[in-house]
Design a protein around this ligand. Sequence first.
Ligand code: G6P
Length: 476
Amino acid sequence: MPSERTDFVVIANRLPVDRVTSPTGEVQWRTSPGGLVTALEPVMRRHDGAWIGWHGAADEELQPFEHAGMHLVPIPLSEQEVQEYYEGFSNATLWPLYHDVIAPPEFHREWWDSYVAVNQRFANRAAEISNEGATVWVQDYQLQLVPQMLRELRPDLRIGFFLHIPFPPTELYQQLPWRREILEGLLGADLVGFQAPGAAQNFVRLVRQRVGHKTHRDTVYLPDGRTVLAKAYPISIDAEGFESLSRTPEVQARAAQIRESLGNPRTVLMGIDRLDYTKGLPQRLRAFGELIADGSVQLDDAAFIQVATPSRERVEQYRILRDDINRLVGRINGDVGRIGQQPIQYLHASYPREEMAALYRAADVMVVTPLRDGMNLVAKEYIATRWDNEGALVLSEFAGAAAELKQAYLVNPHDINGLKQKMLEAINASPREMGRRMKALRKQVMENDIDRWANDFLTELNEQRDPHGKTTRPVA
Ligand code: G6P
């Protein structure tokens, strides 16, 4: 691996691992939460290059290091930057704004200043470690200014950007006081990737209206002759790796043990999400509680496991949600449970990949019902583990994954009666119907895996022509 400079750089807010110090002072590395890391880790293991990101702890400067076959370059954040750039502008301004304002976005000028300063730090570091003509791939909403900042420092670089979350409708995006700066930041890239074609179209329209550049279909024409392409690349997972893991005897034994500990009910339903207000947890739990309460599903026959991975715990809206879910689970279990029989098993914890695979294997019905989601990789992971074509997926229409996973039980998560009906259909599906749907879902996920996603994006990025029409560099 490169000791100094490299030809391929990924920049994301987070490194794939967090540095955690135990109360006894012992330092450990723990897999970072979220879909971005799930998707990009296998990509980075297969490419030579460096991953620039924050290591999850405030006020700590670390040297670059090797981890699980990856070269990681930590970026320090001060406690104040964690509050203003990460919890503030990234997760209390942009996150809610880009997710259909499910929670109200907050606009604070000092948060913006911190966002600019931290984006500049990431760009500076990438400029330092990139070889002449290197490919740099910037990830997600926390770093939308980096493409332009980096281009100013290093015009020789090939710069790609990928947004992992939805891009908001024009009317909502316009609320952002720094809307023009962000569009200009993104236009520093040669290729801007989105999860869905509609998002790419929104972006191009906004560039035309707000920045005034000429556009045609998916291309933006800049005054200096450079062009920027905006297209959709639906992200995926290491499908084969996940399937193999789920086939191991250890994972299968653990799956059986999980079912056993629930008393081997006829149907195990499951939700696995970061604890986030975009994920639609209250609606889903209420729907299940009502199915038990009205007798559509018998308490003896079904159990619902809801795993909620802790996330952004100091941000106000996440604190409120955590309390709401605790209350709701308590109320439902109190109302419809019996001694020794709680219909909802609620786990506020994060688990390693092996345990996740066992949970998926233990689930007959996977319930993935976000109110809004860029893609949702939990849905794809579940499918990858269903190599026997058994199991059913209830999926929100508002997850990016719904565009590809049409054979799932698609549902509007705001419609509690609709949710109940789809969950019931999935619970009562015949093995034949289940198999038919799962087979089609598996074909989609196994064929369109993460290697294909990375390859499609990087090929397009490297084929983007310079203003004189020459194709440059091969794929990284
Ligand atoms: C989503 C975002 C990622 C983010 C992840 C976890 O998947 O798209 O950029 O890393 O959530 O959130 P966190 O704030 O813990 O990094």
